[in-house]
Design a protein around this ligand. Structure first.
Ligand SMILES: [Zn+2]
Length: 70
């Protein structure tokens, strides 16, 4: 049975809230990626600046605006 619907699997999947449209979007970050990268919102297509910190299960992702309007 599908009990406990916890998405967090340590698999590089994160939920971020878009700073433009406010939608919560699931993203995938490759396990060996760290630092800053740019990715477009799947909902409104605006550019995010993603900051990946930590390693392994301790990774966190911050999302900000990449168009300079932050
Ligand atoms: Zn968006």
């Amino acid at each position: 049975m599908d009990d406990g619907d916890d998405v967090r699997d340590g698999d590089g999947e994160f939920f971020v809230t878009c700073p433009y449209c406010g939608e919560q979007v699931q993203i995938y970050v490759e396990p060996d990626v760290s630092g800053t990268l740019v990715q477009d919102c799947e909902v409104c297509c605006n550019p995010w600046r993603l900051r990946v910190r930590g390693r392994g299960d301790e990774r966190t992702v911050d999302v900000g605006r990449a168009d300079g309007s932050e």
